[in-house]
Write a protein that binds this ligand. Structure first.
Ligand code: FMN
Length: 130
């Protein structure tokens, strides 16, 4: 059953970047469980948000995400990152970099579109904010 929007902290959204739509699919799966607004980097205007980002090019934060964070890092409350374990030490490393740089919690790291357990991890994080 879906948790109603009234239970989700006012004005909180999921802001995501997704080049090949895997992260977008993860975000969609989260919204099948909990009613929360989702926005791409360009759709975002204001308000507290949780950032969901993949990792590209040897553990890097995507350039688009870095540019976004330069402007909007103050409203980010946490980050969750995606990648592929084939990248070894660089697996989903963007989340670690962002968490350290901006001093926000890293909720977790997941592969591609994430498993049900990854979805639950994010949903549980959101629920405990209330
Ligand atoms: C050129 C390229 C570089 C990548 N580099 C990394 C990396 O350093 N670490 C990692 O965990 N995943 C890496 N990945 C895997 C992506 O992060 C993964 O496929 C992710 O799910 C893509 O998300 P998106 O479809 O939302 O863009 C890379 C993928 C590509 C195509």
């Amino acid at each position: 059953m879906k948790t109603s929007n009234t239970e989700v902290k006012d004005n909180l959204s999921l802001v995501y970047y997704s080049k090949t739509r895997k992260t977008e699919r993860f975000v969609e799966k989260v919204t099948e469980v909990i009613d929360i607004q989702t926005k791409t980097l360009s759709e975002y205007q204001s308000g507290k948000y949780i950032l969901i980002t993949p990792t590209y090019n040897f553990g890097e934060v995507p350039e688009e995400v870095n540019a976004f964070l330069e402007k909007h890092n103050k409203d980010m409350i946490a980050v969750m990152s995606a990648g592929n374990r084939n990248w070894g030490q660089n697996f989903a490393k963007s989340g670690e970099t962002i968490s350290k740089k901006y001093n926000v919690e890293l909720i977790g790291k997941f592969e591609m579109m994430g498993t049900q357990s990854d979805v639950e991890k994010l949903v549980n994080y959101i629920k405990q904010l209330e």
